[in-house]
Write a protein that binds this ligand. Structure first.
Ligand SMILES: Nc1nc2c(ncn2[C@@H]2O[C@H](COP(=O)(O)OP(=O)(O)OP(=O)(O)O)[C@@H](O)[C@H]2O)c(=O)[nH]1
Length: 600
């Protein structure tokens, strides 16, 4: 393949809120440039994983090379770099954008600018990208391009007078978009002769190639046989394959300054290819890495336990496999008196947590219980030592603690103005502090809150959606630690602490939460032959108490006669249930009880 003149390369991505039409537009661009024929066109080519397809969201970035003959007579190489579409993956998005010179900002002309759009636009602006506004879905009768243009100018401060009117569904505006990419987005700049510097913006495991790494070559050249080094770890590898996606993988001789593509280098673990890291050459290493690299750290934690103890080993193996291939995921063994042997796991956010759990259950056939999601607290001990604790069961005793701090986030919330009341109330309930309330065109409002992340992790998003009838959009970013009046809430059943139910809560909420937990437990624990006392306590102070009176009668004695198969079925069901009972002290707590309680 002939070497590509960087003047004719354009690297871009598409920024859009969920459902505004990113995938559909990408499909049109692929079609219009003949990258895939209409027949070959799988709907929404870019979403790779099954999970993504099912949930209709993009998790992993994907990239594809398009070849476009422009009106100026030149043939351009356009690299479309897809970005993940969820707030859990902000860092991944920022690195994908760092690989581009421009972005299409796709806004649904019948909806308007949403929180997620805005967050990604800011990331793009931070990366100095040229932004081309595209108003999509103009085929819809309720499309209002003038209002949305005004919104883009007002909220984002971007000139939208030349915004392209498009319908990805009907293929309107596709040509204009391709021309704008060529004319407005600058070609890549870099040192073609310099030592190799390539930015890693995604990687995944391929059973044939080992780890496949997506890169943007910033300086120099990468080729087969070259010895390369990861600048963050110093690990070295030999490149075995270099290629591009068009959209199927095609091997090329090398990738030069400005190009986007992939390489493989017999790398066994995705962990060795950190997103945002710089790849350089062993023989002629670059002096400094590319800016912006950061180690991804888990933000949300929970315990994962096998429902059947026999599955512990299988779970351990599954975790190990996932860990190798998901650098953002962390795990360590944990023993709970209530739930037995399991793992304390860390995730980027709630969606990431759900995805990992789903994969463990689906791909590895495991049946799991998870404890309530929690955040990582910073604790200053009396000795002056600072420790981080993400497991309530591991909290040091109160009298050893000088200060507890919890992570905070800044949340941007977009809502139609009729929902201000309930949303403000929700934010206050969640200990939020209002920073800004701004009216935007057409009766929409931007609310900016600073909130404790622990509250957001619990059920904020679901509640926000429900109080706004699905109209709210949310985006957030971490803003560091702040001191809080937090206490550890313990649950005792017949004087035995139930570690899996311990929680760190704000003092003002401890009472309500303790009361709710105790009441819920009373509901779900079956009556026993003896009295069961449930207590919620802060330290040694009991703040809520419930009692389950003992059983007097043998209820099964009443069962006689009837169809034998039905009876057997019942017995089978009972056996199944028994197996899942967690013996606790002398009290049997069914698994369902844990699940029910963990849900509040
Ligand atoms: N009427 C109309 N519908 C469109 C248009 N473009 C996309 N859609 C529809 O809008 C929905 C969302 O489109 P997608 O392309 O999946 O949106 P997306 O932004 O990729 O969504 P995520 O992958 O979830 O981020 C689909 O049902 C599309 O068929 C358009 O121009 N007009």
């Amino acid at each position: 393949m002939a070497k590509i003149d960087p003047r004719f390369i354009r690297n871009f991505s598409i920024i859009a809120h969920v459902d505004h039409g990113k995938s559909t537009l990408a499909d049109r661009l692929l079609e219009a440039t003949g990258t895939v024929s209409s027949r070959e066109m799988r709907e929404q080519y870019l979403d790779r994983m099954d999970l993504e397809r099912e949930r209709g969201i993009t998790i992993k970035a994907q990239t594809v090379r398009l070849t476009y003959r422009a009106e100026d007579g030149n043939t351009y190489t356009l690299n479309l770099i897809d970005t993940p579409g969820h707030v859990d993956f902000v860092y991944e998005v920022s690195r994908s954008l760092a690989a581009c010179e421009g972005a299409l900002l796709v806004v649904d002309a019948s909806q308007g600018v949403e929180a997620q759009t805005l967050a990604n636009v800011y990331l793009a602006l931070e990366n100095d990208l040229e932004i081309i506004p595209v108003l999509n879905k103009i085929d819809l009768p309720q499309a209002d391009p003038e209002r949305v243009k005004a919104e883009i100018e007002e909220i984002i401060g971007l000139d939208a007078s030349e915004a392209i009117l498009a319908s990805a569904k009907e293929g309107i505006g596709t040509k204009e978009i391709l021309e704008a990419i060529v004319k407005k987005i600058p070609p890549p700049k870099g040192e073609p002769q310099g030592p190799l510097r390539a930015l890693i913006f995604d990687s995944w495991f391929d059973p044939y190639l080992g780890v496949v790494v997506l890169i943007r070559v910033v300086d120099g050249r990468i080729y087969k046989g070259q010895k390369i080094k990861m600048m963050s770890t110093g690990k070295t590898f030999e490149v075995t394959k270099v290629g591009i996606f068009a959209p199927h993988p095609v091997e090329v001789e090398s990738l030069s300054m400005g190009e986007v593509g992939f390489f493989a280098a017999s790398i066994k673990e995705v962990r060795d290819t950190k997103i945002g890291d710089t790849v350089t050459e062993v023989d002629q290493p670059a002096a400094t890495p590319l800016p912006g690299f950061r180690e991804v750290k888990p933000m949300v934690f929970c315990g994962l336990f096998p429902v059947e103890t026999a599955q512990y080993e299988a779970l351990r193996e599954a975790m190990e496999k996932l860990w190798l291939n998901d650098p953002a995921f962390s795990y360590e063994p944990e023993t709970s008196e209530a739930l037995g042997f399991g793992f304390r796991c860390g995730f980027l956010g709630l969606l990431h947590m759900e995805i990992v759990q789903e994969r463990l259950e689906r791909e590895f056939g495991l049946n799991l219980i998870s404890t309530a999601p929690a955040v990582r607290y910073r604790i200053t001990l009396n000795s002056g030592e600072e420790i981080y604790v993400d497991n309530p069961a591991k909290f040091p005793p109160r009298d050893r603690i000088t200060q507890i701090e919890e992570p905070y986030i800044r949340a941007d919330i977009y809502i139609p103005k009729e929902y201000i009341g309930p949303v403000v109330k929700l934010c206050e309930e969640k200990r939020g502090e209002q920073k800004e309330m701004r009216y935007i065109s057409q009766g929409r409002v931007l609310l900016v809150y600073e909130l404790p992340f622990a509250e957001v992790v619990l059920d904020f998003y679901d509640r926000l959606k429900s109080v706004s009838r699905g109209y709210a959009s949310l985006d957030y970013e971490p803003i560091g630690y702040r001191p809080s009046d937090l206490v550890k809430l313990d649950i005792y059943i017949n004087k035995q602490p139930v570690d899996a139910l311990s929680a760190i809560v704000h003092r003002d909420k401890a009472y309500y939460r303790g009361r709710d937990l105790a009441a819920k437990l009373k509901e779900v624990i079956p009556r026993q032959l003896f009295e069961v006392v449930i207590q919620a306590a802060i330290g040694s102070r009991v703040i809520a108490r419930e009692r389950i009176p003992p059983l007097r009668k043998n209820v099964t004695a009443k069962c006689y006669g009837g169809d034998i198969t039905r009876k057997r079925k019942l017995l089978e069901k009972q056996k199944e249930g028994k197996k899942r009972m967690k013996q606790f002290g002398r009290v049997e707590i069914p698994q369902e009880a844990f699940l029910a309680v963990l849900k509040i």
